[in-house]
Design a binder for this molecule. Structure first.
Ligand SMILES: Cc1cc2nc3c(=O)[nH]c(=O)nc-3n(C[C@H](O)[C@H](O)[C@H](O)COP(=O)(O)O)c2cc1C
Length: 320
């Protein structure tokens, strides 16, 4: 298989958004690598059915990683054993999630405070993986500051991880402020394993800047890809030809309809209606007159009405 690490454009894991359907939509627009939403090691061990659904994927999604989170090396290794049966291309361990519910249990970004635990987690994960597939670790630059960053990166590399996905904000920053891309550059300089740069890529121009400014091996797009699956092919065009096509507003509405249809086929229309509502503001951002559409989409529980609203709005856009 072509390396997943060099010059690739990855879709970030975004819990509540990047399910199998959306990952496939992004793949259809040239995303190279995708990852599942984060999956709890504890829940996997307790054989929670809902959790196992998070690990399911289609062959069309490859190369795909399954992301696990937890607060204990043994449990994470046990969880990876369960994920092994799904035969992903790689496993990713979440050491970056900043949300309270996760860090109060010592998982996600809370691990960045405990260097010996990081060492244990990576070394036991490597043993379980047994060279069957790659292991990546997704980190932030630290808890309150970046003072331990290079030590953390050194531990991850020396314990044998295949790559590091680096979102260059501290936990304290949550999702606010600007990412410090200079730290990505420094981490790249100090390591031999591939670095996937992540944070604040919203338009193709940002992607080019991230490659140029940090020399990272691959890049990962999160929020910039929500309601904007075209960003992957736009980035590729921009990197090759310095230009890319703009997406018509009517195409965006068409994509909401397709996205909803694909989700309904997989998860049923009731669940999908709830789920697609979260995407509508992203797909329709900046479209003139879309606030009324968003309101209507939020208010209806009726699948037919929902579809009609979108079709009417699309017609209106095409007649403008
Ligand atoms: C709503 C939301 C959910 C997220 N879920 C996950 C997750 O499940 N696992 C993970 O590693 N990161 C998760 N992230 C973080 C993103 O993967 C990414 O690192 C972060 O948003 C920075 O990249 P961006 O600026 O391209 O969005 C989430 C972010 C958001 C906003």
């Amino acid at each position: 298989m072509d390396s997943i690490f060099s010059n690739k454009i990855w879709l970030a894991p975004i819990a509540g958004y990047t399910n199998s359907v959306y990952r496939k939509i992004c793949k259809s627009f040239d995303a190279d690598v995708v990852i599942s939403e984060m999956i709890s090691a504890d829940a996997l061990i307790h054989r929670n059915q809902k959790t196992k659904i998070l690990a399911e994927f289609d062959e069309a999604e490859r190369p795909i990683g399954l992301q696990i989170f937890g607060n204990d090396a043994k449990k994470i290794a046990e969880g990876i054993k369960i994920l092994r049966d799904f035969q992903p291309d790689f496993i990713d361990i979440n050491m970056g999630c900043p949300i309270k519910k996760i860090v109060k249990n010592g998982s996600g970004a809370a691990l960045l405070k405990d260097l010996s635990k990081i060492k244990k987690i990576v070394s036991s994960a490597i043993k379980v993986i047994d060279n069957k597939f790659a292991l990546t670790i997704k980190i932030r630059s630290g808890w309150n500051s970046d003072e331990n960053l290079f030590e953390i990166v050194k531990i991850i590399e020396s314990e044998g991880a295949s790559g590091i996905i680096f979102h260059s904000r501290t936990r304290l920053q949550m999702f606010a402020g600007k990412c410090n891309w200079n730290l990505i550059k420094k981490v790249k300089q100090k390591t031999k394993i591939p670095i996937i740069g992540n944070g604040d890529i919203k338009i193709p121009e940002d992607a080019k800047k991230m490659f140029e400014q940090t020399n990272c091996d691959s890049i990962m797009i999160g929020r910039g890809a929500i309601g904007n699956p075209w960003i992957f092919s736009q980035i590729k065009n921009y990197l090759q030809n310095n230009s890319y096509n703009q997406i018509l507003d009517s195409e965006k509405i068409e994509m909401i309809l397709l996205h909803f249809q694909k989700m309904s086929e997989k998860y049923g229309s009731k669940t999908s209606l709830k789920s697609i509502r979260k995407f509508v503001p992203y797909y329709t951002k900046g479209i003139c007159g879309a606030s009324k559409l968003r309101q209507m989409c939020n208010q209806t529980d009726d699948e037919e009405k929902f579809i009609k609203n979108l079709l009417d709005f699309k017609k209106h856009l095409e007649n403008e």
